[in-house]
Design a protein around this ligand. Structure first.
Ligand code: AIR
Length: 188
């Protein structure tokens, strides 16, 4: 049984080493059922041209895989880890305990408690082991936060973030114009 577990983890490490495009961001989710929300992080990283790898590892169901991933992450060239999990979400905290890389936590609202459990388990880290916690289901913001960290030493990425901010402000201005026009019409 122990040998089987060992072999599974060796295969897992081989799979990670096999990523062609050396990823900068690791996106870990507690279950594949988390993908619908975590996909927003993957899409955002792709939009910014940031290389990532995405895996399923559970702090409770596959603790060996989760710890192996975290403890080897820096050596493999990752710069930041994003962890999304629901229910008693200890994934981000477990990863943060095992690496010096920044860990961003995304509490997911997948439980009957609507995420209050995962929010508390992710955000309430004891002093000494930080997890940068996003809002519930905040997978897009997790990717943006990771991109901001990478942009500190990547001028192209910093430019992309500046354009992204300008575009966002333009959309707000457009929405304002639409609203004002709508209200004017109503008054006539
Ligand atoms: N989970 C899995 N292992 C530990 C935790 N906390 C979380 C997953 C998912 C939820 O449990 O992140 O949000 C339900 O997983 P599943 O596989 O039952 O759908």
């Amino acid at each position: 049984m122990l040998i089987l577990a060992f072999l599974v983890e060796i295969t897992f490490m081989e799979m990670l080493m096999d990523y062609e495009d050396k990823p900068l961001v690791g996106v870990v989710m507690g279950s594949d059922s988390d993908l619908p929300i975590m996909q927003q992080a993957l899409d955002t990283l792709a939009d910014f041209g940031v290389s990532y790898e995405a895996i399923v590892a559970s702090a409770h169901r596959s603790p060996d895989r989760a710890s192996l991933y975290a403890s080897s992450a820096q050596e493999r060239g990752l710069k930041v880890i994003i962890c999304g999990a629901g229910w008693a979400a200890h994934l981000a905290g477990t990863m943060a305990a095992l690496t010096i890389l920044p860990v961003i936590g995304v509490p997911l609202a997948s439980s009957p408690l609507n995420g209050l459990d995962s929010l508390f388990s992710t955000v309430q880290m004891p002093s000494g082991v930080p997890v940068s916690t996003m809002s519930l289901n905040g997978a897009r913001n997790a990717a943006l936060a990771a991109i901001q960290m990478l942009a500190l030493s990547d001028a192209d990425l910093a430019d992309k973030l500046s354009s992204y901010k300008s575009q966002m402000a333009e959309v707000v201005a457009e929405r304002n114009n639409n609203l004002v026009a709508k209200l004017k019409k109503k008054n006539i």
